[in-house]
Design a protein around this ligand. Structure first.
Ligand code: NAD
Length: 263
């Protein structure tokens, strides 16, 4: 299937490693032109170089702390300038700290609000004029399976990501008349640095090993394994494509069957 992504300008946030990098890589394989960001200049440059070398795609790396309004605005405007527009936006950021209700204070709630919620709002706000101009824009909002079913030791993710979903769902009718689609992706356990860190933190709390934690979690995944970042990249590339032209307002889980609910 030709996804119709050749030459399309795409912005992917938080892409020096993990899901963001895999998404950028998959879009590049399909011929999109990319602007990517993260906080560390060396790492984002290295990610851009690796993607460029493998795919031959145009990839522009930018330094941006996604929890800061001014830096998000600068990133999107520089990205749009480098690419000559933005047709595709993938919102993504680092994950919230683990913890239960009594582990987190106001500072942690506010920091998660900035990084997880406002980063998505600000990226979309800055990209919207460009997406409207494109006339067929795609917004893919990365969240987590935690919006379908809370994860026991991730209250910050469970709570704040729900507002990301509320915002994204509200946006759908506003931008639909401009030909822009908005879809929310909800990954389960995918093998990245983030999951390694979460498994290690839980292992320490429970006095066990990371391997034992992973085995325990994977036991309830019908496909019997964690996901590969590239599998998430493939889903996002499809949602960002011309082929997904009548798909909007969806929450799409990619979790090996972990979440069993109907809605
Ligand atoms: P990761 O830790 O491997 O990568 C996170 C990326 O975000 C890195 O590129 C990092 O540099 C960047 N980043 C972090 N804070 C930033 C900031 N303030 N400004 C700019 N960039 C920043 O994590 P991942 O597994 O790729 O996860 C990405 C997102 O998806 C996270 O929010 C995570 O909670 C969520 N998620 C991941 C999984 C999973 O299984 N991996 C599942 C559900 C949700």
């Amino acid at each position: 299937m030709d996804l119709g992504l050749r030459g399309k300008p795409a912005v992917v946030a938080a892409a020096s490693q993990g899901l963001g990098k895999a998404i950028a890589w998959e879009l590049a394989r399909e011929g999109a032109r990319l602007a990517i960001c993260s906080r560390d200049e060396g790492r984002i440059r290295a990610a851009a170089e690796a993607i460029r070398e493998d795919t031959g795609a145009e990839v522009h790396p930018f330094v941006c702390d996604l929890s800061r309004e001014d830096e998000v605005a600068t990133f999107v405007s520089q990205a749009a300038k480098a690419l000559g527009g933005v047709d595709i936006l993938v919102t993504n950021a680092g994950g919230p700290h683990p913890g239960h209700f009594e582990d987190v204070d106001d500072a942690a709630w506010y920091a998660t609000y900035d990084l997880t919620y406002l980063s998505a709002v600000r990226l979309i706000r800055e990209a919207l004029p460009h997406l409207k101009r494109a006339g067929h824009g795609r917004i893919v909002v990365m969240t987590s399976i935690s919006v379908k079913q809370p994860i026991p030791d991730l209250i910050l993710s469970n709570a704040i990501r729900m507002s990301v979903v509320g915002m994204a769902k509200s946006l759908v009718p506003d931008v639909g008349p401009h030909g822009i689609t908005v879809n929310v992706v909800c990954p389960g356990y995918v093998g990245t640095t983030r999951t390694k860190e979460l498994f290690a933190a839980r292992a320490e709390r429970e006095g066990t090993s990371s391997e034992a934690v992973e085995e325990d979690l994977v036991r309830v995944v019908p496909l019997g394994r964690t996901g590969e970042p590239r599998e998430v990249g493939a889903l996002v590339a499809f949602l960002a494509s011309e082929r997904a032209s009548y798909l909007t307002g969806n929450l799409i889980q990619i979790d090996g069957g972990l979440y069993r609910g109907v809605f």
